[in-house]
Design a protein around this ligand. Structure first.
Ligand code: NIG
Ligand code: FE
Length: 430
């Protein structure tokens, strides 16, 4: 307890305070431990957590500032702010027509090969102004925040020219400054081969390596680089070449890996020391072992399988049994998974991946923070950490996957400020 710090926000009478105290990251059985305190309280000074514990202890230790806000949680649940480690929130137009085409029987890859998919988002984005793009993205961030998400990883990848990719990353950088959500930027120039390079794929790879990566690195616009390492998109050797260049330019690596077919992308990600390999629906047993050995985080995106109407989900239990660090994300994007609801992903994780509520909470707090290199600041509710947390309209955290399709967020606190208050949002709850 830092006795000198005056408390500006105190939440007391928390029925289940989920601190996530314990190992970072969580693997195997550790994922079941969420550091739960019953009848808890949390005391904040400005933007920092000062104390966390039983209500009477925290209240007894706290010196309240004159203007301190005191909230009685009335027995509700508090968790750390949710962290979404894989999003594509910067895009100009939605693609509901493609969603309906899939309902009518076309596949994601057929639509992409016919010129739709990512390439149609690229055409739209190149026509949009910076301001339109920023405003459209900000609305998605508002929605993510309303579902309890306080930090996201955000990718470029719908520009696919040096100018447009830089523009996307500039939107992400500006929103990181101006929006309540924190954004961690990822360069995804290798998301697809754009229209003008369809007959010269090698030419596009050279452009990514020789022009885009140096330009992004010079402006320090991306912490990570990502690639759609997939059959018919960027296959293993191209991916190795592009990601080696990104790594040499100082970027950490993430992969879209083995989403639609097994091509050994997980093994490549592990071999290259990537922070994460994501999707992994078709990962091989060797891929699982390689990721466990290398400590590469598996970011699973069951919303994508759901939205594409697939029946095969990533083998999450096998990965947990083998000691892979597991996280979960929305994959929020206009094509394969258009949702800002990380809680709905937690429901899918329960039903399809067979993750318990505690395991999913570990996945979207400590393990997600670990995957974006932010473990010192976020993912746990501990003294000294950033005051990002969610007060939920539920008495038991297991309601989170169970009561689906509705928003159970009562309040979101970001850096010590109440930024979402469901009472004021007109969603009919208090
Ligand atoms: O994660 N698979 C590649 N990228 C996205 C989809 C992007 C899109 O269809 O616009 C994904 O699923
Ligand atoms: Fe994605």
């Amino acid at each position: 307890m830092q006795a000198d710090k005056k408390i500006t926000l105190l939440i007391k009478n928390i029925g289940q305070l989920i601190t996530m105290d314990g190992p970072i990251p969580r693997v195997g059985d550790q994922m079941k431990d969420i550091g739960l305190i019953e009848d808890g309280a949390i005391a904040i000074s400005i933007d920092e957590i000062v104390s966390v514990g039983k209500s009477d202890e925290v209240e007894g230790q706290s010196t309240l500032a004159e203007n301190c806000t005191v909230i009685d949680a009335e027995g509700a649940v508090v968790t750390p702010g949710l962290i979404d480690p894989h999003t594509h929130p910067v895009f100009a137009k939605t693609r509901e027509k493609e969603f309906e085409m899939r309902t009518e029987g076309r596949s994601y890859m057929e639509i992409a090969e016919a010129g739709g998919g990512i390439r149609s988002s690229v055409r739209h984005l190149r026509e949009a102004s910076y301001a339109d793009l920023k405003n459209a993205t900000a609305e998605r961030l508002d929605r993510l925040l309303s579902y309890g998400v306080t930090t996201i990883e955000a990718k470029s990848g719908y520009g696919l020219s040096t100018e447009s990719e830089l523009q996307m990353l500039e939107v992400i950088a500006e929103l990181n400054e101006t929006h309540n959500i924190d954004l961690v930027p990822t360069f995804l120039g290798a998301h697809e081969v754009p229209d003008e390079y369809r007959d010269d794929r090698k030419g596009y790879e050279d452009l990514v390596i020789n022009e885009m990566i140096p330009a992004v690195a010079k402006k320090k616009l991306a912490e990570y680089a990502d690639i759609f390492c997939e059959k018919g998109v960027f296959e293993i050797e191209s991916s190795r070449r592009i990601m080696s260049a990104a790594k040499s330019a100082g970027m950490k690596l993430r992969f879209h890996a083995d989403e639609l077919a097994c091509i050994g992308a997980a093994e490549l990600a592990a071999d290259m020391g990537a922070a994460t390999a994501d999707h992994l629906v078709y990962i091989s047993d060797d891929g699982i072992k390689a990721m466990a050995r290398a400590g590469t985080v598996a970011v699973l995106l069951p919303g994508t399988t759901f939205s594409l109407g697939g029946s095969q989900y990533a083998p999450a239990r096998k990965m947990i049994d083998e000691g892979v660090v597991l996280s979960l994300s929305t994959d929020c994007n206009p094509g394969s998974s258009f949702t800002e609801s990380l809680p709905f992903i937690i429901t899918l994780a329960a039903v399809q991946l067979k993750l318990t509520a505690a395991e999913s909470i570990s996945a979207v707090t400590v393990n997600a923070a670990w995957s974006i290199d932010r473990s010192e600041m976020i993912g746990q509710l501990m003294p000294g950490m950033q005051a990002d947390f969610v007060l939920w309209d539920m008495a038991d955290y297991r309601e989170l996957p169970y009561h689906y399709g509705v928003n159970l967020v009562a309040k979101v606190v970001k850096k010590g400020k109440i930024v979402v208050n469901a009472q004021n949002n007109g969603n009919g709850r208090d």
